[in-house]
Design a protein around this ligand. Structure first.
Ligand SMILES: *Cc1c(COP(=O)(O)O)cnc(C)c1O
Length: 416
């Protein structure tokens, strides 16, 4: 299998590791910006196109600021994510608030910030009105149920907890209009980590058709369509990334056919992608602590699933590079493990890698999205630092590692 690329040489990484102890996540600013620009350019034909970066994928203010500098907004779904944006001066319709099972305080905050509120359920129209008042602009999340297949991470749409049914959508828009809402949006996110271009074009087709039906049945104008997140990335070597140009061109064709031809233009397009924006531009760097040979060969590293949960919870593949051994044959099968007292704390199972020695540096790829962000403290494990590799090659710590004091900060110790 071909190896995946790293944004640093071995000697550069060794220099970084001397300054910042492992484990840590490191993000490549140059790659992030180039990717953001490629996406924007693919949709330059679409007036007012906006990517709302899904903050939950990498909720670090330095990262969200890079997104702002690239002209992106933010997709939030919790109080902390809203506050993070507020602290950066990112407010108003640059925020898309796509939450579910939402506490009233979060609606109050989103409304105060002037965010675009994207409701997950028809009962939330009244709930929002009661607690925060209805905004002029309101968006609804659609769940197509049986009309569409989902995929492994999100599950089939019928089983998914998200969104309105088609009937609820029609009723919901009419209710909102009668309550004085003036502007309307439509959103769907049906799959997660989906690499197929056709799948995403099919979603666009479905949503544009739905815009026509809503316009006809309810008599309102839909102002924007949010194509959601769920755009996949090539976690495995040999997989192809989604080609932004091809996506932009494909969506344009569908737009011309379903929106322009029906006189529904202009319809603003947006996305709320997290993974496809950040995922490939983060790496978890960890060091080998122990080699263990029992019924299998185990490589114990100093990171654990508290630093990256995806392999443990979804069986997700993350590519692994053993630093400095790129030319050695991958002729050893290893389970690469963390130290949690949980047998699923494994970054890889039966992975063919070059012979590994104690002290080797191991890099786990594609941790820029849903990596550090999913971290937790089970078993007293501490979340790692996050570093940013700047385009000039300098490295900055953008979040320090947690300490034991952080871990105990919320605890009341009994007197001794
Ligand atoms: C998680 C999430 C996203 C981002 O998903 P990616 O897979 O990172 O693109 C976008 N929108 C909503 C509503 C989400 O829950």
């Amino acid at each position: 299998m071909p190896d995946k690329l790293l944004p640093f040489t071995r000697s550069k990484l060794e220099e970084i590791v001397r300054a910042y102890p492992t484990p840590f996540h490191i993000y490549d600013e140059k790659g992030i910006r180039a990717n953001a620009r490629a996406l924007k350019s693919a949709f330059s034909w679409a007036e007012g196109f906006c990517e709302y970066f899904a903050v939950k994928a990498c909720p670090n203010p330095h990262i969200v600021r890079i997104m702002m500098e690239e002209g992106f907004g933010a997709d939030c779904s919790s109080m902390a994510e809203l506050v993070l944006c507020e602290k950066l001066g990112l407010t108003g319709e640059r925020i898309m608030f796509t939450s579910n099972d939402t506490p009233s305080a979060e609606y109050v905050k989103a409304k105060k910030l002037g965010a675009i509120i994207n409701l997950d359920d028809i009962t939330h129209i009244d709930f929002l009105q009661k607690h925060a008042g209805l905004p002029d602009l309101l968006s609804f999340r659609y769940n197509p149920g049986r009309l569409r297949e989902g995929n492994a991470i999100i599950g089939t749409p019928e089983q998914a907890k998200y969104g309105f049914t088609r009937e609820q959508l029609m009723t919901g828009y009419a209710i909102a209009r009668d309550k004085g809402v003036k502007r309307f949006g439509l959103h769907a996110m049906i799959a997660s980590n989906e690499l197929s271009l056709d799948y995403h074009l099919e979603t666009a087709r479905l949503l544009f058709d739905l815009v026509a039906e809503i316009t006809r049945e309810v008599g309102i104008r839909i102002e924007f369509v949010n194509l959601g997140g769920g755009f996949g990335i090539p976690y495995k070597p040999g997989q192809a990334a989604i080609d932004w140009q091809a996506l932009g061109k494909g969506v344009r064709d569908v737009y011309d056919e379903k929106v322009r031809a029906r006189g529904l233009h202009p319809l603003r397009l947006c996305m709320e992608s997290g993974r496809a924006i950040m995922g490939p531009y983060g790496w978890l760097v960890t060091r080998v602590l122990h080699l263990k040979h029992t019924y299998k060969d185990f490589v114990g590293v100093d990171a654990c699933m508290a630093n990256l949960m995806r392999p443990a919870i979804y069986g997700a593949y993350h590519h692994i590079t053993v630093v400095g051994k790129d030319t050695a044959p991958a002729d050893h099968a290893y389970d690469v493990t963390g130290s949690l007292c949980e047998n699923n704390d494994k970054f890889a199972i039966d992975r063919m890698l070059p012979r590994i020695d104690e002290g080797d540096l191991v890099v786990i790829h594609d941790t820029g999205a849903h990596g550090h962000a999913m971290g937790f403290n089970y078993n007293g494990k501490l979340r790692s630092a996050e570093l940013l590799l700047a385009p000039d090659g300098s490295v900055r710590q953008i979040r320090r590692a947690e300490t034991i004091d952080d871990y105990f900060a919320t605890v009341e110790f009994p007197r001794v």
